[in-house]
Write a protein that binds this ligand. Sequence first.
Ligand code: ADP
Ligand code: MG
Ligand code: MG
Length: 499
Amino acid sequence: MPQSSQILPLNRGKVGVRETQEGSSRRPINVDGIDQELVEKMVYDALAWSSIHGLVVGDRSVQRSSTVPGVGMVHAPFALLPMPFPKSQLKQAYELAPIFNELVDRVSLDAKFLQDSLSRTKIADPFTSRLVDIHSKMLEINKKEEIRLGLHRSDYMLDEQTKLLLQIEMNTISSSFEGLSGLVGKLHRSLLSYYGEFLGLDFKRIPDNASVSQLSAALARAWTEYNNPRAVVLFVVQAEERNMYDQHWLSIMLKEKHNISTLRKTLAEIDAEGKLLPDGTLVVSGQVIGIVYFRARYTPTDYPSESEWRARLFMERSSAIKCPSISYRLAGTKKIQQELAKPNVLERFLDDKEDIAKLRKCFAGLWSLDDSNIVRKAIETPELFVMKPQREGGGNNIYGNEVRETLIKLQKEGSEANASYILMQRLFPTVSPTFLVREGICYKDGVVSELGVYGAYLRNNEKVILNDQCGYLMRTKLASSDEGGVAAGFAVLDSLYLT
Ligand code: ADP
Ligand code: MG
Ligand code: MG
């Protein structure tokens, strides 16, 4: 954990916890008042609970921990107590999920919009270019996706100044932590059902979170639509994956609850072992693939050679359901997020005025680097902006002084390179103290949180079969850290304490 301000022992002597402001909806949990002995007990219990319930990731200090399940496990980093969050804003985020699901579907159908919006980005960014090329190839062969499955996650922060729930980004690929996020809620419920009385906290205020069962049910429903009892679900994974247990939660649910088999393969393995039958059926290791579910290939390092791109392309050409298809993938890029925030663009895709208003309300400021006024402002006050390339998985954004330096450099070069970035208004959520537990050690520090809401969308031709929210992910990170990924080591998993 980077630069934590305080490591146990903590504030010995302060006993008991009261709400800081009676009846306040802001701060029902006063971590400064919690007795150190109580913290130690809770940490111990939480570590034991995590180990026996599968709230685990691969331990980076053990060599085979990212390839062999059951070897070298460590508890996933978590917050010791749930994070207070307004009930009304969770409801708002849940209501947005089906609207975003529909938006992604509509945008994905507008090939011209996708191609035009990404035309300059693709010149500047070779990774986006490869993705757009696959999209172009599918247009050339007039590829139709009759069964369309989206498992998305829209992420938000609560902006302190405006009190608004504002969207950080929309993930249409590899929306992770659906397995572990529900477990953190269960962990917190377990802790509060025992210690809640001492803390003045009620475990019932932690909302149920059934992401993994809802998302596996969505995969199962899509599999049914594919309508081949022999078909399996292919998990496209990275060769080394410390977050494999999160994925295993999903595949075990598919097996145990829905009697559907899964296959885990890397892109290189798929290239070597996969084939496309003349009727479009995708076969990998002799098994018919009903759904290609991507938990990799969202970043350039997933494509070290041409064989990975080849595998990507022939899977796209197949009749298997892709989660996501290339057009869903492109609809989730940061460039498209920025284009959708322009005036009158949402209207092109959605009819319902109220839906449009709801989406717009959660959009933060988003700009292309063609906007010279904004570029000037960002050079003057870089701390108010985040600069984002077309990447996923955390650790890629540019903050603070580096925003200024990069913008000046791009201006000097006068190149097309600026088209690979977007600028976004930097959000400032409320900073509050909390306990973070990582590798068995508890830290207290000032943190901010990011709420993700999963969504599932399934359509077969004109029939919309599913369009719903599928629970939440709460990630909490040090306020001093710019980025937020749990796997990337910036954040911990958390749950909500509704206020
Ligand atoms: P990625 O697709 O890599 O996850 P994100 O857009 O989610 O990219 O950015 C990564 C992290 O950076 C987020 O989890 C969040 O912590 C932080 N971040 C992104 N955008 C903003 C913003 N506008 N204001 C403040 N923090 C942001
Ligand atoms: Mg993302
Ligand atoms: Mg993100």
